[in-house]
Design a protein around this ligand. Sequence first.
Ligand code: ATP
Ligand code: MG
Length: 391
Amino acid sequence: MKEIILAKNGEIALKGLNRRKFEEVLMRNIKWRLRDFGKASLSCMQSTIYIAPEDSTFYDFDGAIEALRHVFGIASISRAIVLEKNMEDILSHVCDYVENDLFDAKTFKVEAKRSDKHFPLTSPQISAEVGGKILSRFHHLKVDVHNPDVTVMVEIRDRGAYIHAGKIPGAGGMPVSSSGEAMLLISGGIDSPVAAYMMAKRGLALSTIHFQSPPYTSDRALEKVVTLCEELTPYTGRLSFYCVPFTEIQEALREHCPEELFTVMMRRMMMRIATRIAQEKNIPALVTGESLAQVASQTLEALYCTDNATPLVVLRPLIGMDKGEIIRISREIGTFETSILPYEDCCTVFTPRHPCTKPKLAVLEKAEARFDYEPLLEKAIAQTELRMITG
Ligand code: ATP
Ligand code: MG
């Protein structure tokens, strides 16, 4: 018995002339994600990626399907049996193949799709014959065409006939890296991993950058951020992780700047460093987990001042979301439990008592002119460590 996985493209199918390019990116991502589950060949036809294991018996289908559920660009996934395109073969295999799926069901329907129009039967005729066969074998079942417990699909495609017991929903979105690359500022909090997920879903490949402040922040706080990155890789693919020593800059800010402006000034320094590292890698955009009005540094005025420290596009996918919605996604994608581990972040260590909610750019620039931060930025960049996180 030969089995296959069919991964149907989502939004890519709408991409007109560029479609081939998107499909190639998706195939590359799938190949990488499935590298540990056995040998398989990949091909793309009719808005579907065919994942054909060399040997169905030894292929880890369950593992592969679980991995595919996190790959952006896929609308649905099906595990199917591959048959010759004739009714005899179809009718003699269908019951055995879908038996397990029908075991607990009370109702079912058969849906046939015939993209090979040379096939002698029409789709309704195929459905009727296969449905009859199933009813004659499983007496506990009734047909329900509107709301069946199980839909048995028979697809007559160019290369063969495929039978499966329905579709598993895919992650949707666009293939990671089909929209380019961005640099995510990742803290140990709840928000920035969700921001990563959302931008990866729109097809961005991500590099990540984290600012740490030893000895105010611990190794465990750093490892927590690395764990968050690892938890993101099923969605994002591999991540480069830049870890920037930020202590000296924070100490200089504390010494030279008005306390109520500390957080915004610190965020401007983060933007400057992230920008330079991004530019070195030809990365044109930054991503943050900011959400309007969540804290003092996320008012319109503060965001204006933060943006002003970088020429890059700053993407803030959570800008219009409230904390409850962000937490819901964080739980769904599996980063929440790590995010709430109680290790201090460099922001929390230096939080001012009364942060200014309406900072003025001119005032910030004047405060920044009081000390020569440029060598400190250079030094932090020179001491930045890079790790590859493959997941
Ligand atoms: P999060 O839950 O992601 O920590 P937050 O609500 O705590 O967000 P802030 O601490 O103000 O918000 O940070 C806002 C954004 O700034 C974060 O989402 C992240 O993109 C970035 N950021 C904050 N701290 C760091 C850090 N130590 N390293 C890198 N980026 C950071
Ligand atoms: Mg934070």
